[in-house]
Design a protein around this ligand. Structure first.
Ligand SMILES: Cc1cc2nc3c(=O)[nH]c(=O)nc-3n(C[C@H](O)[C@H](O)[C@H](O)COP(=O)(O)OP(=O)(O)OC[C@H]3O[C@@H](n4cnc5c(N)ncnc54)[C@H](O)[C@@H]3O)c2cc1C
Length: 680
């Protein structure tokens, strides 16, 4: 087909599609009336424009710039079918083009304006998730480790090269035998006082650095995490100072040949993210100058003396890892972006798709089926909830970067661990639900669920395995619980525990346990109280169990005996934080119609979660049987209400067409587009 003819058809389609947005009634199938809604006839109207304005982050402009740039460059778009090798080269080209052609310099924002950096990362990830991760490896991991763990001399020497991509680098922490347990790493960096160098060594196969992004093909440097070994004058001869970070050149700057003593292997084809070149690194007595120790938290003098402002190995280790939380914030934020895309595709398709219907009447939209609403509407509500929670996380992280306030550091550490694990797990599950909700067409690669699912899946594991991270949240809560009983203060985020622990732990009120009116169930106070009550009880009961079991099993054994309980506690706490931030966002929304839309999804989020855990509430008579039924009924009704404004709610995400580029998401002419994909 001639190019002009093709573009005319495309333009006509576009107009048709736009017109459907203006007058959706013309294209939307008739709605099935359900019994649940017949008693409440008032239909909610949501001002989509006001809502998207409220949702719009302050860095939407830079995202639009990224989208426009890649839309104008078909040569930089990732085709559906591509080999691993080509995909890696394409991702590299995509990154070069961002920095050297579009003139966007993400590294400048890593420290100074993290919110802008995360916005760029989300936009870049929508071009190709491999590209987003490749950018994250270069700037958050390799670059971030240099500027956050190093000092001025490192910044002066490396900043420009990292920024302009001359110095492509890796973040080499994980080893074959140790991933989550970073303190167990075995690679060594032994100080040689004669030559004033560190000698980097892989003592055995289990210590080979594994899964290292940028290592297989493109990296020139690596930040290598290794045990710092210093010679001593006692009988032991050496002293192990714990894990530290070192800059190690791995390839020649001019020839790109692997440097002597460094061995690199390719980690091979992965389930997803094949545009990222993950590799394995082995070091055989590789010598680096003493200056290459990233020495913000600990240094070695010319004569081999160790100095640090932090008193213990554990404190130094905590401070080192604490500087790396930016990666988790980025993953939580990007995961919400993925959830928005997949929910949008599935909901738009469900509005369009018609199957069955009452006798002798037109077929109905599949989103009119209660089961489809049950799958997708609480998910849409959760997407809104996580949007506001991660916006809050980014704000707190940016504040922490500016102030370095100790309390805020602890807060952001636990909050980023909790939100990263909770949201990425939810998104991973939702991708399968969305695929299934779109039937057979959801299985076509062009409709994106396959690549989204495969690429996103590992978000649950890297930057900290989710199960391990949730334990950090639980440990943090327990620490603060103990502090409370020692008369200490509780941090800002968790202050609800301070304020209300005792009232939550009193016996449930038998009167309110029976209140089942809609006003009461939709009252934010009831909802937050219910979430916080659950967290407080879980916290108190697990603290008692740990105390009891540690007498016989020791601390490690007791923790393991209570592990599932601890994970439930962490999730419950994170849900409380998410709901609190959502309620705040609803209150602060200036437009009444947008606020009404947000209030609807916020209520659905809260009641759906309470219903999901109704057993817990019933067990302690926090809700009476009839109240439990009322919660369920209301959640179903709210799902139906959300269905009625689902189009406005997904449109308010303002995702550009190319981001949701699945043909089944294009409302008006989906089938036309879709048939074209297979060549009709
Ligand atoms: C595509 C990809 C890219 C990566 N990029 C990098 C990179 O650039 N740099 C880098 O350094 N690393 C990288 N990694 C490594 C990644 O960070 C690790 O895989 C991750 O930290 C988990 O470690 P692990 O694989 O050893 O899992 P393990 O720690 O062995 O975990 C396996 C299972 O055991 C469970 N488990 C482990 N410990 C506990 C516990 N205490 N309690 C309960 N359950 C537990 C986990 O929940 C998990 O289900 C990458 C990995 C992949 C797959």
């Amino acid at each position: 087909m001639a190019v002009e003819a093709f573009s005319e058809i495309a333009a006509a389609r576009r107009i048709q599609r736009l017109s459907s947005h203006i007058s959706p009634a013309l294209t939307e199938p008739p709605q099935l009336q359900t019994e649940a809604c017949s008693s409440r006839s008032k239909k909610l109207v949501v001002n989509g424009q006001a809502l998207s304005l409220y949702m719009k982050g302050k860095h939407r402009d830079i995202q639009e710039k990224v989208h426009e740039f890649y839309n104008s460059r078909p040569d930089l778009q990732t085709p559906l079918e591509i080999s691993k090798e080509d995909h890696r080269e394409l991702c590299m080209r995509q990154l070069y083009a961002l920095v050297r052609e579009a003139g966007i310099r993400p590294f400048r924002y890593v420290a100074d304006d993290p919110a802008k950096y995360f916005a760029i990362m989300e936009a870049v990830g929508s071009v190709d998730m491999s590209f987003g991760i490749k950018m994250g490896v270069q700037y958050s991991l390799w670059g971030g480790s240099v500027i956050n763990l190093g000092t001025k001399k490192h910044r002066d020497k490396y900043f420009d090269g990292i920024d302009n991509l001359d110095y492509l680098g890796c973040f080499a922490m994980t080893e074959l035998h140790h991933g989550s347990n970073v303190q167990g790493l075995q690679t060594t960096a032994t100080f040689d006082p004669i030559t004033d160098e560190f000698v980097i060594n892989t003592p055995h196969d289990g210590a080979i650095k594994w899964w290292i992004g940028n290592a297989a093909v493109h990296g020139k440097f690596a930040t290598v995490f290794a045990r710092l070994i210093l010679p001593t004058h006692d009988t032991k001869g050496v002293s192990d100072m714990g894990v530290h970070a070192f800059i190690v050149p791995i390839r020649d700057m001019k020839t790109h040949q692997t440097l002597p003593g460094v061995e690199i292997q390719d980690c091979g084809q992965k389930v997803g993210l094949n545009g990222v070149d993950n590799g394995a690194l082995r070091f055989r007595s590789v010598r680096i100058p003493r200056d290459n120790l990233l020495n913000r938290f600990g240094d070695v003098s010319r004569d081999g003396k160790y100095t640090s402002s932090l008193p213990t190995i554990n404190k130094r280790f905590g401070a080192t890892l604490g500087e790396l939380v930016g990666g988790r914030v980025a993953l939580a934020y990007s995961s919400v972006g993925v959830l928005k895309v997949s929910a949008t595709i599935a909901i738009r398709y469900s509005l369009l798709r018609q199957q069955f219907g009452p006798p002798k009447q037109p077929e109905v939209s599949i989103l009119d089926y209660q089961s489809q609403q049950h799958k997708l509407m609480p998910m849409l509500a959760s997407t809104y909830a996580y949007h506001f929670a991660t916006v809050y996380l980014v704000e707190k992280y940016s504040e922490m970067k500016k102030t370095n306030d100790e309390q805020l550091v602890a807060d952001v550490h636990a909050l980023s661990a909790g939100l990263k694990s909770y949201i990425t797990s939810y998104t991973a599950k939702s991708l399968s639900v969305c695929r299934e909700a779109c039937g057979g067409h959801g299985y076509a690669a062009v409709n994106r669920f396959g690549s989204l699912r495969n690429d996103h899946d590992i978000f649950q594991t890297f930057e900290g395995d989710n199960t391990v991270l949730l334990q950090q949240v639980a440990a943090d809560l327990l620490k603060r619980y103990q502090e409370k009983f020692r008369g200490g203060t509780l941090t800002v985020t968790w202050s609800y525990l301070r304020e209300s622990m005792s009232s939550y732990l009193a016996q449930p009120n038998p009167v309110t346990a029976r209140w089942e009116g809609e006003d009461h169930l939709r009252d934010p106070k009831f909802q937050l109280d219910a979430f916080r009550y659950r967290t407080s009880r879980l916290l108190q009961s697990v603290a008692m169990r740990l105390k009891k079991h540690s007498k016989t099993l020791g601390t490690f054994g007791a923790w393991n005996r209570c592990l599932n309980h601890l994970l439930t506690l962490a999730e419950s706490h994170i849900e409380s934080v998410i709901l609190a931030k959502f309620i705040e966002a609803v209150r602060n929304c200036p437009d009444p119609s947008a606020r009404a839309g947000l209030k609807l999804v916020c209520d659905l989020y809260a009641l759906d979660r309470i219903w999901n855990d109704i057993g817990t509430y019933r067990n302690v008579d926090y809700v009476a049987p009839n109240k439990a039924k009322a919660i369920h009924k209301l959640a179903e009704y709210l799902s139906f209400q959300v269905r009625n404004v689902a189009k406005e709610l997904v449109d308010a995400f303002e995702l550009p067409d190319h981001v949701t580029r699945a043909p089944i998401a294009m409302q008006a002419d989906a089938y036309a587009q879709y048939t074209q994909v297979v060549g009709f």
